[in-house]
Write a protein that binds this ligand. Structure first.
Ligand code: HEC
Length: 143
């Protein structure tokens, strides 16, 4: 007679414990949250063109894994050094400069440039797993 009660008490306590643990330990989702603003800038302004059918001279921006391949010493994104990162340089060129990204229309906003800059400055961290990067909305030039 006591047993089912004990089990259910125990089960209840365990559920509460598990629940509180999951709020205390976000387990990897913290990175994903920190990356969310970067993801938004890329998905709003870059992914449309830098997708699957990109030209050889265009670094692919199709997933966090392809983005990770652009990061490292001598690559497009140099962790801790936005000003030396080609990926960042082209986004901060004035509209009229050849090679500015996006290449036509207007430049991305100052706050969007800042999001990319701060992300690279903080080490260009990518969340665990492989998140797809998908175009959001129209191309920047048609806004
Ligand atoms: C309208 C299409 C389009 C959009 C939007 C676009 N790109 Fe590009 N990107 C290109 C093309 C085409 C090239 C290759 C020719 C060139 O370098 O201009 C390129 C080249 C690049 C290069 C290599 C440049 C170099 O000088 O070697 C980088 C880095 C880059 N893009 C980053 C970005 C980033 C970051 C964004 C978003 C802020 C972005 N692009 C948005 C079309 C686009």
């Amino acid at each position: 007679m006591m047993r089912p009660l004990l089990y259910s008490l125990f089960g209840g306590a365990f559920a509460i414990l598990a629940g509180s643990c999951s709020t205390v330990l976000p387990s990897g989702s913290g990175d994903e949250r920190a990356f969310a603003p970067v993801r938004e800038v890329l998905e709003t302004n870059c992914v449309h063109c830098h997708g699957d059918n990109h030209l050889p001279e265009m670094p692919p921006i199709t997933s966090t894994r392809s983005l990770a391949g652009l990061i490292g010493p001598g690559k497009w994104i140099i962790p801790g050094h936005p000003e030396q990162s080609r990926f960042f340089q082209v986004t901060s060129f004035p509209d009229t400069t050849w090679g500015a990204m996006p290449p036509t229309g207007h430049a991305i906003s100052k706050s969007e440039v800042r999001v990319l800059r701060n992300w690279i400055l903080a080490g260009a961290k990518i969340p665990e797993g492989n998140l797809p990067l998908k175009p959001r909305g129209d191309l920047p030039r048609s806004r």
